[in-house]
Design a protein around this ligand. Structure first.
Ligand SMILES: Cc1cc2nc3c(=O)[nH]c(=O)nc-3n(C[C@H](O)[C@H](O)[C@H](O)COP(=O)(O)OP(=O)(O)OC[C@H]3O[C@@H](n4cnc5c(N)ncnc54)[C@H](O)[C@@H]3O)c2cc1C
Length: 327
């Protein structure tokens, strides 16, 4: 049985208090929300914080506000089940709903939060193992070692961004609010992620996610498609997040992001451009899928063969776009 290492748990009631605790404890401290990612990681000795600052009692970090027309505000400590059951999100932000609904199991969604999902640790077959397994291969660059076993010549860790909501929030143009003792700031969701399996977030360790701002749904249509081994529950090995806006049958704006094929969500910019200014036809969907396929470069460090996963990008993009085609 894997046991948690010893740690001190602090339970602030306000964001200010949490900020102070994080600043005071320095690198020994980490934030925990639902713990569904962090606690298993601690059991595997990936992270060994001496202090955990729990966010669950901070009222300001919970809840969902807003409307289709005005946009939504989501508290990062909101559990995934509450988001899944929220009528406005379900009806007007179907892509985000699908991404959330596809995360893990109902039991985990009752515990796991959206903030934790956004900040989810990157994953890799050489990393998501217990301490003894990792020691047997002399560890890896992401934790305790210095070689990337996926590509031993690589200077950067290639662990994969495996959050389902991350590519969707990027595609939706969400904004992430952050706070620390040094002040508050808001950044675009896409600016939160970095193509580095170790330092995969641009937020500072002392910064807490305090809000997720979702733009008005307006005329956006959205969807999320996920490839995984078990439909019942599994991390994505490919995620396709698509948002399209139409005027009549013409696509006026397109956003297409790929998840789980790199260390950060990937914007398929050329595929987006190929869709805009014309109706969504079989040809335009195939062209966008081909361009997204070229960009999709999965590595041999998660489930399934990498060539097949790459090939599936083409099919998943077409499926996603077909779902968004006006009737
Ligand atoms: C069996 C299993 C299956 C899973 N399947 C999926 C899946 O299919 N898709 C998927 O995306 N995830 C999956 N997960 C991962 C996880 O359950 C979810 O991502 C969940 O949403 C994480 O939220 P949490 O609140 O439990 O995060 P925690 O474990 O509490 O935290 C995760 C990370 O986020 C940081 N963090 C949390 N909240 C904040 C905040 N407000 N500010 C700053 N940092 C913060 C923590 O410090 C930690 O680094 C799975 C997990 C398990 C165990």
């Amino acid at each position: 049985m894997m046991r948690l290492p010893r740690f001190r748990y602090l339970a602030p009631r306000t964001v200010r208090e949490a900020e102070r605790m994080l600043a005071g404890e320095g690198p020994a401290a980490m934030v925990v929300a639902g713990g569904t990612d962090l606690y298993p990681n601690m059991k595997r000795r990936h992270q060994m914080p001496k202090v955990l600052v729990g966010l669950r009692r901070i009222e300001r970090l919970h809840g969902i506000k807003g409307s289709r027309a005005g946009g939504m505000w989501i508290g990062p400590a909101t559990i995934l089940s509450d988001l899944e059951n929220h009528t406005v999100l379900r009806e007007h932000y179907p892509g985000l709903f699908q991404a959330i609904h596809s995360i893990s199991t109902p039991i985990l969604r009752n515990m796991g939060t959206i903030g934790g999902n956004v900040c989810l640790d990157t994953r890799c077959n050489y990393y998501d193992q217990n301490y003894e397994w990792r020691r047997a291969i002399n560890f890896c660059m992401k934790c305790d070692g210095d070689v990337c076993w996926v590509a031993p010549g690589s200077d950067v860790c290639l662990a994969v961004s495996s959050s389902d909501t991350a590519p969707m929030l990027c595609a939706m143009g969400a904004r992430i609010h952050l706070a620390s003792e040094d002040g508050e700031r808001a950044i675009e969701a896409k600016a939160l992620f970095r193509r580095d399996g170790i330092h995969y977030l641009t937020k500072r360790p002392s910064e807490i996610l305090t809000g997720i701002e979702i733009p008005p749904a307006a005329r956006w249509r959205s969807t999320y498609r996920k490839l995984r081994r078990r439909e019942a529950f599994d991390f994505p090995v490919l995620g396709v997040a698509a948002c399209l806006k139409f005027e009549g049958d013409i696509v006026t704006e397109a956003r297409l992001w790929l998840g789980a094929v790199s260390m950060a969500p990937v914007e398929a910019a050329e595929a987006q451009a190929a869709l805009v200014g014309r109706p969504l036809t079989d040809e335009s969907m195939e062209e966008a899928a081909r361009l997204a396929y070229l960009l999709s470069k999965p590595l041999d460090n998660t489930d399934f063969g990498l060539r097949w996963r790459k090939e599936m990008t083409r099919h998943f993009v077409v499926e996603a776009l077909r779902e968004l085609r006006p009737a």
